[in-house]
Design a protein around this ligand. Sequence first.
Ligand code: UGA
Length: 423
Amino acid sequence: MASTIAVIGTGYVGLTTGACFAHLGHTVTCADIVEAKVSSLQRGEIPIHEAGLEEIVRTGMDNGKLSFVLGSEQAVGGAEFVYLCVPTPQTADGSADLRALTAAVEEISPHLQPGTVVVNKSTVPVGSTLLVEQALGRADIPVVSNPEFLREGSAVDDFLHPDRVVIGSDDQAAADRVASLYADCGAPIMLTDPASAETCKYAANAFLATKLSFANAIAAVCEAVGADVNDVLLGMGYDHRIGHEFLRPGPGWGGSCLPKDSTAIISIADGAGYDFALMRGVVEANRQQFDRIVRKVESVVPLDDASVGVLGIAFKAGTDDTRESPAIEVMKRLVAKGATVKAYDPAVTSLDLHGVDVVDNAYAACDGVSAIVVATEWDEFTSLDLDRVGDLVAERNLIDARNLLDRVALRQRGFTYQGVGRS
Ligand code: UGA
């Protein structure tokens, strides 16, 4: 059954949620407080790089199922559901800043019709459903937690074909109504209490981060004992209890979610009297991974005064997002040690980082450099003309932090090649 939904916040979660609900047949109004953003969305211009999003936004707008408004008041009046998708950034002590969330809730409260379900999709500390209820101050409005599990770059596909939908509420009828919105997704729908739903979100991201730090640590072990991490992880992954996904070693993990949520769960646990030492180790292993990549560069070229080409700036391929990007962590360390960097990314055209010059193609990033670092796993880098790269560089050194390039072809051309976890 089609419903009327308001979405507050048009970041990648809010915009994807709104556009996908419209795609599923619901009538959706998305609200944001940034005027320029709303105007460009009203023209069908999408501010983020997200596969398939522009298409479903335009279709939704064309068939009248999706619209954008400035400010939440206009959006929530006739809504049966209000989805809160506002940012919850990390504060200096690692906890989540909930000011945008409470401000949004206080603003919408007087305009909600009785029985509207307020659904929180922002990632919030355990207990925040209660906080939202308090900020609303309305006994006639149930609040439900419905965390998102969307990966940047494949958010639309993840929304429309989720592994699961998690819904947390003490109000069974409200939870059932939220579940009905996902009726056509064909995914398991799990109904639970709010604290469990909120914890599930953090625990899932923290576990993914743990899996990645483990893969990177195994890569370090492989280097030490002369094993090949690709084969080791392949062999492990065939065990269905482990699985192959999310085991690719790299320069460390980043993005707007894994680092933030890993730190947040440590802080949440701490506040509740549990020292989450395992997770602190996971975060520390990630920091060490950035350092390990830099040491690989240093092992072939003294960094003082060196020019280094870095291929990739985004935190992963398929997005232009540079938040907490491992590529940037590596670049910062290179610059701190005296190097200058020429960086190229197919989706990122500028970066305000001292010592880093962003160039507009991969070959320009290789021109005259003493070492190349592959930092993001863009497909484009696998089809580089290696002869041309060899002619351009000052010295033939390549550090492949994503195990992406053809090491045999590179060595045949006289490059020193260092991957992650394999010789
Ligand atoms: C992550 C989670 O995967 C989503 O399920 C979650 O909903 C989202 O956070 C969120 O909380 O909003 P995302 O931040 O888009 O999604 O990024 P991931 O695809 O998880 O990648 C995170 C980092 O791990 C990237 O730096 C990526 O390059 C790295 N990674 C990932 C690896 O190094 N190896 C892998 O095998 C996979």
